[in-house]
Design a protein around this ligand. Structure first.
Ligand code: 9MG
Length: 280
């Protein structure tokens, strides 16, 4: 299986990719405000690469439940200087975490290679046409609602089946918009319009999405369902985040989105080393 993102090509099976989170926002749930200045965000991104990040995910609009939307101009003001400075300095692909087609396009023009779209449930195909034009990678994430509404009593008859149907339908529409299958990564969207129970069901059944023949990405790092289940504060969720990451790797996931990159690399490499000795 191949994942192409402009000049980058990843051939799986291979060691899982760790996507390091760089939030250029004042209000993200675990590091809001820390990297709002471009110099701070760039320094943090370089530090994440030094710790083993294979991809950098740069975001200028918080997607935590209840977060206020950000205007296009402000989002561009936050992310573009960071992408411009990083593009010439790092050897790893830069991902733009945005739901706005114009922000994605500007980020791609500035050197980003992947669009991480947490609103892949969109009806309009402008975002996808931009991805096709740049031959960029595309993270197609399942979500219900917007950050403002997504945790208002989400209901599914069978969350695993419905997310699988969503992926099938989107793969068809992405193809129709000119995005090749090998540009696409699928993500179940832990915490996006899901209860703790839904998140646990998805985590337990990640293996079922490997039949889609596309790399799978998962983001569990420090998320609130860990706090709801275990009563851990946002800075106390690393052990549970790593447990979920290892479970995901053992279930066939190829990309882990994480704040704590060095710790995630270590946990994932250990899991992979043991799995590679499996007899059946
Ligand atoms: C931006 N963002 C926050 N959580 C995420 C997740 O779980 N997956 C992806 N693709 N992006 C996320």
């Amino acid at each position: 299986m191949i994942f192409r993102a402009r000049q980058f090509e990843f051939v799986f099976p291979r060691p899982a990719l760790i996507m390091g989170v760089v939030n250029v926002t004042p209000d993200s749930f675990s590091d809001g405000g820390r990297f709002l200045k471009p110099e701070a965000a760039v320094a943090h991104a370089l530090e994440l690469v030094g710790r083993g990040a294979d991809i950098l995910d740069i975001g200028g609009e918080s997607t935590r439940p209840g977060a206020e939307p950000v205007g296009e101009a402000e989002e561009l003001r936050r992310v573009l200087p960071v992408i411009e400075q990083l593009a010439g300095r790092v050897q790893v692909p830069i991902s733009i975490d945005t739901i706005k087609p114009a922000v994605a396009r500007a980020a791609l023009a500035a050197g980003a290679c992947i669009v991480n779209d947490v609103a892949a449930s969109r009806e309009d195909d402008t975002m996808w046409r931009g991805v096709a034009e740049f031959k960029a990678g595309y993270v197609c994430m399942h979500a219900r609602g917007t950050p403002q509404t997504m945790q208002e009593n989400p209901v599914y008859a069978d969350v695993v089946r419905e997310v699988g149907e969503f992926f099938q339908e989107r793969l068809g529409r992405l193809g129709a918009a000119g995005v090749a299958a090998n540009q696409i990564v699928l993500d179940v969207g832990i915490g996006f319009g899901k209860t703790v129970e839904h998140n646990l069901q998805l985590l337990a059944n990640l293996r079922s999405f490997t039949t889609m023949a596309r790399p799978l990405l998962i983001g569990v790092s420090r998320k609130s369902f860990i706090g709801q289940l275990l009563g851990a504060g946002v800075q106390e969720r690393l052990p549970a985040s790593l447990a979920c990451a290892c479970l995901a790797i053992a279930s066939g996931v190829q990309i882990i989105r994480a704040h704590d990159v060095a710790e995630t690399v270590q946990a994932v490499r250990m899991t992979e080393a043991a799995l590679s000795r499996k007899k059946i």
